[in-house]
Design a protein. Structure first.
Length: 134
């Protein structure tokens, strides 16, 4: 973790993210990170983990502090890769994601929160089986 960068794919971790939180995240989140790494490697794309468990003022839910979510910034991916990545991701993680307000299993969304930068939000459901909202 020395430079916090994997040179081959340019998978980076934002300096504010505590890399030791990777030891505490839900194991499915680790799979989601690995899937993202593999996608970036395959298509020579770069991305950055921008949020794991850190407390961010104004955050509306506790999914990050509960170690059930990760955010990725995907600068310069373009619409094709954003759509393709989500499609492939949903196939692999079907049945493991949180539920949206319509009751759909949604392990990933690409969105912008409160005027911030568009990013991928990946989230798993609670282990006790309760339905959660993205």
């Amino acid at each position: 973790f020395g430079e916090r960068r994997m040179e081959k794919t340019r998978l980076e971790i934002k300096p504010e993210v505590d890399v030791f939180d990777l030891l505490r995240v839900d194991p499915v989140i680790l799979g989601m990170i690995a899937f993202t790494y593999e996608y970036c490697t395959q298509y020579n794309l770069k991305c950055m983990i921008t949020s794991l468990a850190e407390d961010v003022p104004g955050r509306k839910t506790k999914v990050h502090s509960d170690f059930r979510a990760v955010d990725f910034h995907s600068e310069s991916w373009g619409d094709f890769h954003i759509a393709r990545f989500q499609h492939e991701f949903r196939k692999v993680f079907k049945g493991k994601g949180a539920f949206n307000k319509a009751g759909e299993d949604r392990p990933i969304v690409y969105h912008k929160v409160d005027g911030g930068v568009s990013h991928f939000h990946m989230q798993v459901r609670r282990r006790n089986g309760n339905r959660t909202i993205v």
